[in-house]
Design a binder for this molecule. Structure first.
Ligand code: CA
Length: 140
């Protein structure tokens, strides 16, 4: 092997290794859905995180509305609980966040089935305002 060829091979290897560790963290899975007329206590679709990546689990809300009886939008923030399925026991709350119609970030999670529970609006779980979110994007 001549010297130039060897150097090129080493350089290519470094580029390949760097490519594994640097750059955007692509989530192994994602889905887009919507929320229509939810009261606190409703659960999202469940998803299976195989933890084959280092991606942070995120829940992005856009187009949020919670109207009072007069039709005024009272949405300030939605309390979300990220929960993990567990056999034979109540599902534990892994993390929680108040979503102000933006992105809730829950970090890189261990493998398992997850979902979020909508647990309150504007700091109360006794609201009569129904929550609607035009677009909900979950990445995991
Ligand atoms: Ca993942």
């Amino acid at each position: 092997m001549n010297r130039n060829y060897k150097m090129a091979t080493v350089a290519a290897g470094i580029v390949a290794i760097a490519g594994l560790g640097i750059g955007p963290a692509f989530a192994e899975g994602d889905f887009t859905t919507e929320i229509k007329g939810w009261l606190p206590g409703k659960e999202s679709r469940h998803w299976n995180d195989l933890n084959t990546d280092n991606a942070s689990t995120t829940v992005k809300f856009s187009g949020c509305k919670a109207e009072d009886s007069g039709g005024t939008n009272r949405f300030e923030y939605a309390a979300l609980q990220l929960k993990k399925e567990r056999q034979s026991f109540p599902d534990p709350v892994v993390d929680r966040d108040n979503n102000h119609c933006n992105t809730s970030t829950f970090g890189d999670l261990s493998s398992g089935w997850y979902y979020f529970n909508y647990s309150g609006l504007n700091g109360t779980d006794t609201t009569s305002y129904h929550l609607s979110v035009n677009t909900v994007v979950v990445k995991y």
